[in-house]
Design a binder for this molecule. Structure first.
Ligand SMILES: C[S@@+](CC[C@H](N)C(=O)[O-])C[C@H]1O[C@@H](n2cnc3c(N)ncnc32)[C@H](O)[C@@H]1O
Length: 361
């Protein structure tokens, strides 16, 4: 038996390590297993540059049977290690999720949701032979049909989603920019680092503060980083020493525990970008309509056909005119301007949410 150490990364094969962990001991499992992409050769763009895809040794299996046997073994152990009140999330692409889902059902797991992660910035299909693949699926499961006392923070997720029930389609970008961990050579430290925004939703929705979250395919430690930020404990398992080092450095650099309220604020910022002119195109705002500032609605600007505002001698975006009025370097116009609808003042941010909801973007 292996001692269950919180906030620790175990190095080794996850099946062997899971076998040593005590039964009924963790509150949540997030698993991002190998995809088994079966890439036969390097992929090149039409301009002959190499595509930086998933071609790692850890993703190679000799056959579907070998992949299935591997999946059965780790999923069986996960079910044993999970508390009866716990749930498991498994993420995968079309290459593996159907095999994994079938195995999970055969092992007794009960699917609570299949979440579609819609990538707002997917990698194009360079050869132009198929549609751009812009989604992955997350299966969220309990241990079985009769295991009903699991955690689901319904109210929190509704708040997170601007007051509306969150659906099973999540629009989140791929992990890019400063969030993407790079090695000294400037190359990605890991080919499949997941965005923190994805783990944030998983952990906020299905755990409580202080819970233990296990990730048997820890990689760069995204699960550990988000668990730490949210006041949860993590347990990582990873075979490769270099990924463990990346994860340790990443998690050690996190000092502050973020209160849930601030995560909810950031979630709003994750909303898809909407040009203001789109609200005019959909008649949510009309050309010539007046927008008002929040302080007793004493300043107003006229909406122009191109989405700019006209205020005194100035013409500019909702943000620029807001900044001029406030005499600040910048301004978030969505949270600054009000439109009157049925004699009631409505913040542009709420009208933007209405647009996103109605046009499902
Ligand atoms: C898809 S990646 C996970 C990426 C991770 N979610 C992140 O955000 O960085 C899968 C990881 O599982 C590890 N792995 C593959 N097979 C394993 C096994 N049998 N035991 C432990 N780790 C394994 C790989 O080294 C790889 O880092």
């Amino acid at each position: 038996m292996i001692e269950l150490k919180k906030n620790h990364i175990y190095q080794g094969d996850c099946i062997e390590i899971l076998k040593g962990l005590p039964s009924n001991s963790v509150d949540l499992i997030f698993a991002d297993p190998p995809y088994n992409m079966q890439l036969k050769k390097e992929l090149y763009r039409p301009n002959n540059t190499k595509v930086d895809g998933v071609n790692d040794l850890w993703d190679k299996f000799a056959s579907f049977q070998e992949y299935d046997n591997f999946s059965i073994a780790w999923l069986k152990e996960c079910r044993r290690v999970l508390k009866d009140t716990g749930t498991i999330w498994v993420i995968g692409s079309y290459h593996n999720i159907y095999r994994v889902g079938n195995i999970m059902l055969n092992l007794g797991y009960w699917i609570l949701n299949d979440i579609t992660w819609h990538k707002s910035n997917p990698m194009p299909n360079f050869l132009g032979t198929r549609f751009t693949n812009a989604t992955e699926t997350l299966l969220w499961c309990s241990k079985g049909e009769n295991y009903k006392k699991y955690t689901f923070n319904h109210k929190l997720m509704k708040q997170y989603n601007g007051g509306k029930q969150m659906t099973s389609v999540w629009n989140i970008g791929l992990c890019v920019g400063s969030e993407r961990i790079k090695g000294e050579d400037g190359k990605k430290a890991h080919s499949t680092q997941k965005p923190e925004g994805l783990l944030k939703r998983v952990i906020l929705s299905t755990t409580k503060q202080g819970d233990v979250v296990l990730d048997p395919f820890f990689g760069t430690g995204t699960t550990g980083a988000v668990s730490k930020k949210l006041g949860r404990n993590f347990i990582g398992i990873e075979r490769e020493q270099n990924y463990i080092q990346v994860a340790k450095t990443r998690i050690a650099s996190i000092n502050d525990l973020l209160p849930e309220s601030s995560w909810i604020e950031t979630a709003k910022e994750e909303q898809p970008k909407v040009p203001f002119v789109n609200l005019i195109r959909k008649n949510i705002i009309n050309v010539g309509e007046l927008l008002y500032t929040r302080k007793s609605f004493n300043k107003r600007a006229e909406v122009l056909i191109d989405g700019n505002l006209h205020y005194e001698n100035n013409i500019g975006s909702i943000h620029r005119i807001g900044a001029i009025i406030q005499q600040t370097p910048s301004c978030n116009g969505w949270k600054f301007w009000y439109a009157f609808k049925n004699n009631k003042p409505l913040l542009l941010d709420d009208l933007r949410a209405q647009y996103i909801h109605e046009y499902k973007i």
